[in-house]
Every structure is written in C-alpha cells, then in structure tokens.
Design a protein around this ligand. Structure first.
Ligand code: ADP
Ligand code: ZN
Length: 727
C-alpha cells in the first residue's frame, strides 16, 4: 500500500500509547511497513507506517512524518506476527514493536568505515610478517576486511598493515559500516549420517522442499545426532535461498555450536543475543532485513528479527524453561516460533531429548510430526541409572555424600575418569540460621532467605540480587558467633568433596562464579579437556555441553525438584535428571548415573530410572487431562503487585468478585492468594489463577475482565498466558 506526500497514515510507535497516531506522509510518499521518524511532542521517535490514517484527529494539528528510514519496510508477515503475538499474550502493540526494533542506531544515517582490499602487485620489500598479511588478505577472496580483522587473521601488529598501505600493496576504501556476513556454503558435505539419522533428515528435508509450514518434534537422547540432523535441514533451507534461525537456550554456551557450524558451512552464522556488541547487533538486525545474513543463531528474542524470507526455525532443547520470557512481554519462544513459522510458510524443528509435555501432546495429537533418534551416535550408550536409597546410607549431619556415591567417585578417580556431582543450588548454603535464637537471615525487600556465597564472602538474595556482608552477630538477638550455615549449596559440596577426595582436582561450575560468559566458556572447555577430576555443578552443566571424559554423574538430591506444588514439578525433575544423566559416557565409555533419593519408589524417580519415557509422558498426560490442566486445558496467571499489601488484595478481591466476563466463556478464577514468593523488591505479590476449557476465546475474556479494574503507577497487573512457573 502506497501513500503519496500529504496522505494520512497511521503510525505505530514504541511509545506506551494505546493507539496508532495519524501523520501526513512525507515528501516522496511512503509505503505501508516503512520505518519512519515522527515528531511526538517535543521529541522524535521511531515508528512503523501501519496503514491508512484513522482520520479522527484535528486536521489542523496533524504533523508530517519527518523521514523514512533507510531500512527495508516491515513485511506484512511481520506485522501479522506482531499483531497475533500481541493478541495471544495480551501485550500492547507498542511493546511488541519494541521487541521488533531492538537494533541500536536504527534511526541513524548509514555510516561508513574503512576497509582494506589488496592493491596491485607486491611491495618492494617483503618480510615474513608482510607475507602473512598478504596471505590472510588473499584468503578473504577479494572481500573487504577491516584492519582489526586482518590483524587477527594474520597475527601481526597494525603497523605492518599500515606499512603495506603506505607501500600501495593494500588499498583503503570506505564502505557502509554494516557488512554482509560471509556466505555459508550449504553444498559442503556434512558428516556421513547413520541410516537412522538419514531417515530423520529426510523427513525434515521434505518439509523444507515444500516451502510450507510444518512443525517436527525431533526427539533423541543427548548425543544421538539431533544437531547433525537439523544442520542438514539448515543446509537445505540455505540452498533454497531462504533464511534459517537456530534458537539456543543458554547462549553463553554456544561457542561449541558456532565452531560446528563453521566446520559444516565454512563460515560462522550471525549471532543475536545479549552477549554480542551493540555494533554487531545493529549489523545483524540490518543484514537480516537486507538478506546479508542467511543464518542466525540466537536467543529467544531473535524471533523478532526482520527476516526477509524465513524458511526454518530450530528450537534446540525446546523444553528449556529459559524460552519463556518471564519479564516484560511474557511469551514463550517455542510457541511464538510456531506462530511465526506458520505465517512465513516456514518449518519448525523442536529438538530435545526430553520434550515438554506440550510438544509431546501435540505430536500425539498429530499436530506435529514426530521423528525419533533412538541410539547414541557411535558406541556411546545411555548411562546406567540407579538410585542410592538415602534411608539406608549413613551420612553424618551436615554432609551430603553417601558412602555409595563416594565409592563410585573413588573408582573413577582410580581409573582416571571424570565425575560430576550435580546439585541445583548455587552458593554455600541456602539458609543462615542463628543457633541462639533460631532467626533465619532474610532479604530486606523480598520474602526470601539470604543465601551464603562463601567464595564471595557475601549473603545474596536470589530474587533481587541484593547482597550484604556475612554478619558476625545475629541481626535479631545479637549473639556473636552463633550463625550457622544450614543445607547444601555447590560451594559447600565442593568443601566436602575436597575433604573426601584430598588428591582430586575439583572444579565448581555455577553461573555466579564467573565474571563473564567468556570466562565461563573457557573454564568449560578446560574442564572438558580434563583439567578437573570432579566437577561440581548446578543446572548450568545440564545444558548441552559435552564432557567426553565424564563417566559418572552423581545427583546429590534427586528429590529437590519434586517438592512444591508446581504443576510441572514432575515434568521438570524428569527432564533435568535425564539431561544431567545424559552428560555421562558420551564418548566410547558407558557412563553411570546415581541418584541420591529418600523416595526411591516415587513414580517420577522410578520413571527416570527405568527410562520408560513414553510411560512417563502418558501417565503425566493422563493426570493433566483428568484435571483439565495444560496442555489439555487453558491457564493464565495474574500477578498483582504493589508496595501496599492492602491495595493488592483489594484489587485481587475486586477481580475475583467481578468474574462475569470469565464465567461467560466457562473459565474459572481462583484466588487471590499470596504468590509463592509473596514479596520481591519490596513489592507485595498476589496471584490469581484462571483456568478454562481448551478452545474458548480466553484472551478476549481476560482482556474484558482485567479491563474492568484500574491499576496505578504503584499497582501493577501482569497477565501470564500459559504460565510456566508459579513464583
Ligand atoms: P545431539 O544434538 O543429539 O546431542 P550431536 O549432533 O551433538 O547430538 O552429536 C553428538 C556427537 O556425535 C557430536 O560430536 C557429533 O559430531 C557426533 N556425531 C553425530 N552423528 C554423527 C555422524 N553421523 N558422523 C560423525 N559424527 C557424528
Ligand atoms: Zn531480595
């Protein structure tokens, strides 16, 4: 849709307004989807031409679009995606647009930078260093290179390059700052696939060929070659000239993946996540829009990049909870990937060893294709799993390693193999208790205990991040020297392990112990290569990294996740335990996984041990079905929060009373009740839960329902569709 200069256009901005604004089209006109800069009050803001103006504005006050930005217009498909996603998550459109415009300097004029290309002939004087530079430059095959890149590639100082420029052997040129990414070559052969992998890849390629929407659940144990198989789909997608996106949950750990892509396609993909620089983000966003980036690896927000022609979205480790954005716009990247793909005629691959119950059920219902990889690649087998019945073990107070587990670790130490002790608790101890008065040190602004972090010599709140020094005296009774650490954390476990295995090299992997993602990555690589005998880790280690020397996994507290009333407690524990166990025995050696538990007969623990996954999913699905719970029913969580406790409860009660919009569609409301964490950062939190049968227009009803009440600057209301956690 084209608008001539002066025509009325509706512009959606990222400002928190509940409507689009009318402007006059600028000199030269504009088209629907154009990114524009418009005046708003005294400011200039970025927006998108959403359609014809609504015409309900005083014509005398209409202002003109200042300019059309130098970036391809937002495509219809993207506008449809944002609109549908907004409706699904009950998010205002400006907030959706913010997700789609998270490119720094989007409004800036395109800027230039200096790049280097080979000049004619050779310099009069040739040194070894100069030679390396010329070779490195030649390796780029005529593509422009920045000085920094060339310094890195040739391993010389900048002065060598400057010398070559002065000698005329290298020319400097000005080019647009954001360069296309190096092309990937989909024709390069991948690893020869096993017959089973081949068959799985065949299913995916079929979908890519069709250039139509479809979702496949690719289920296979860790190490079965899921990555190898979906890279085949990426290759087919690139060969078709379409763009591919791979989402990874823990982007800090993606170095291994990038190297693999480079090995497969001869160049690295574009990256989009919180760890890339502003410059790279801007380049990625722009190149995705212009087609100069064909393959993107990213975190969940990469779903909102302006792809031109998206042909494939892979959601790796699709069950991972980090795909659910828990702040701001509450969306689940897995579900949004399916929505985006359905609008773009693209394929989705959901890869996991332990799929979410949602995806499992969708495959059962025939909505998704399901492709299974049964065996691990090569000789590697799934570890042998067994329980250690803690009721029969003698473990002294304040210790957590059972004699049985210690024996198993000792055997590994003697064999020169690695062991992993898994405990999903950061810090030294979860509770600091005064032995004189029984006081437990809590956070001042949250309803949570302070966790001791002994390495940093601080107490920390895991809700708000507040820290303070470990006091000498009890803050309540002032008794000195009576504070005691209660319960285990990884740091304390490391202490116990050092005592039990004095000669072993012990490494602790916990996200809070590393200053940067880079330091963490480096540490993981060293450990994988054998720099430690015993790894002590939180769930960080469960996520997709290979430790080829690891043959024993000891789970310190397999019961930990089973406590609490979370709908997904069983599913989570099952997934986490299977994932952790999957770390053992990846190479030639079969591994062993030992689960310390006080309830070895618990159905979830038994399902983990027998490995009968289908039976577990069926039982879990049966229970949810009977209870009308997701994925067999709809659910929404409403969290009200305010510094004023009375105010949140009043609002909660008002909502509970005025439930007509919900009951009209057959939805029920429960609550208000204090949220499981009843106070965070000084805000009291109250929760309501809404359930509804599948198939009702829940979002519309919710919108009408919450629309009846007023919130204020202090009183916040957040609607979480399909809540994943219930904090
Ligand atoms: P997953 O994604 O299921 O965990 P990967 O694709 O990472 O599995 O494969 C596990 C390991 O086995 C990787 O090191 C991979 O390179 C290797 N591998 C898998 N399939 C093959 C194959 N067909 N040929 C050679 N190596 C393979
Ligand atoms: Zn706190």
């Amino acid at each position: 849709m084209r608008f001539e200069a002066g025509d009325l256009v509706a512009v959606l901005t990222t400002q928190p307004l509940d409507r689009t604004l009318d402007y006059r089209a600028p000199e030269g006109g504009c088209v629907q989807g154009d990114f524009v800069e418009v005046p708003l009050g005294p400011r200039k803001v970025i927006g998108v031409v959403w359609g014809p103006g609504q015409g309900d504005w005083d014509p005398a006050k209409l202002r003109r679009v200042l300019r059309v930005l130098d970036t391809p217009p937002m495509r219809d498909e993207m506008r449809a995606f944002l609109t549908r996603a907004a409706r699904y998550t009950l998010t205002p459109m400006p907030a959706m647009l913010r997700l789609a415009t998270r490119a720094p300097g989007l409004g800036d004029a395109p800027s230039m930078r200096k790049v280097l290309v080979a000049g004619e002939g050779e310099p009069a004087r040739m040194t070894e260093a100069r030679m390396r530079v010329m070779d490195a430059l030649a390796a780029y095959g005529g593509a422009p290179v920045t000085q920094a890149e060339l310094v890195e590639a040739a391993g010389v100082s900048a002065s060598v390059i400057k010398g070559l420029v002065a000698a005329g052997a290298i020319h400097e040129q000005d080019t647009p700052r954001d360069l296309p990414y190096p092309p990937l070559d989909p024709a390069r052969p991948g690893k020869p696939l096993t017959p089973e992998q081949e068959a799985a890849a065949g299913h995916l390629l079929h979908g890519i060929e069709a250039e139509a929407y479809g979702t496949t659940l690719l289920k296979g144990v860790t190490g079965s070659g899921k990555t190898e198989v979906y890279l085949e789909a990426v290759a087919a997608c690139l060969a078709k000239g379409r763009q591919a996106l791979v989402l990874l949950p823990e982007i800090a750990l993606s170095a291994e993946f990038l190297t693999r892509v480079e090995g497969r396609f001869g160049a690295r993909p574009a990256e989009w996540h919180s760890g890339v620089t502003m410059t790279e983000r801007r380049r990625c966003w722009r190149m995705v829009a212009e087609g100069g980036a064909r393959f993107v690896v990213g975190a969940r927000s990469a779903l909102f990049l302006p792809f031109q022609d998206l042909g494939l979205i892979v959601v790796d480790e699709e069950h991972d909870t980090s795909y659910k954005q828990e702040e701001g716009v509450l969306y689940n990247a897995r579900d949004m990937a399916v929505l985006r793909a359905s609008l773009a005629s693209a394929q989705v691959v959901l890869a996991s060893a332990t799929p979410s119950l949602e995806s499992w059920a969708n495959a059962e219902a025939g909505k998704y294709l399901r492709v299974d990889l049964g065996a691990r690649f090569g000789a590697a087998e799934l570890p042998e799993m067994a329980a250690i019945d803690m009721r029969a073990e003698e473990v002294p107070f304040g210790r957590w390693l059972s004699p049985s587990l210690k024996r198993a670790v000792t055997a590994r130490l003697e064999a020169g193999e690695q062991s992993l002790l898994f405990l999903n608790r950061r810090g030294y101890a979860p509770v600091t208790l005064c032995r004189a008065c029984g006081h437990q040190i809590g956070c001042e602004t949250c309803d949570a205990r302070m966790v001791e972090h002994r390495f940093q010599k601080r107490l920390m709140c895991h809700q708000c991040g507040a820290t303070r020094a470990i006091p000498e005296a009890c803050p309540s009774c002032e008794a000195e020297g009576k504070l005691a650490a209660v319960g285990p954390g990884v740091e304390r476990l490391a202490e116990e392990a050092a005592e039990a295995f004095p000669d072993a090299r012990i490494a602790v992997l916990s996200s809070d112990l590393f200053g940067s993602a880079r330091a963490l990555k480096a540490q993981i690589v060293e450990i994988a290569e054998g720099a430690a005998d015993i790894i002590i880790g939180t769930q960080l280690v469960a996520k997709g990294h290979n430790f080829p020397l690891l043959t024993l996994v000891g789970v310190i507290d397999a019961d930990l996740g089973l406590q609490g009333s979370d709908l997904r407690a069983a599913e989570r524990t099952f997934q986490l335990m299977r994932q952790v166990a999957g770390r053992a025995g990846r190479a030639e050696k079969r591994g062993e996984a030992l689960l310390q538990t006080y309830q070895p007969d618990h159905p979830v623990i038994r399902a983990i041990l027998t490995g009968d996954e289908e039976a577990f999913w069926r039982a879990e699905a049966g229970e949810r079905h009977a209870a009308g719970m997701p994925p067999y029913g709809r659910m929404a969580g409403i969290i009200l929060s305010s510094p004023d406790l009375q105010e949140v409860f009043d609002l909660g009660n008002a909502l509970a009373r005025n439930h007509a919009p919900l009951s009209e569609v057959g939805a029920m409301v429960y609550g208000p009740a204090p949220a499981p964490i009843a106070r965070i950062r000084g805000r009291h939190r109250v929760r309501l839960l809404v359930t509804a049968p599948k198939g009702v227009a829940l979002q519309d009803a919710l919108a009408r329902w919450v629309g009846q009440v007023k919130t204020g600057p202090n009183l916040r209301l957040a609607v979480d569709i399909d809540p994943q956690s219930f904090f």
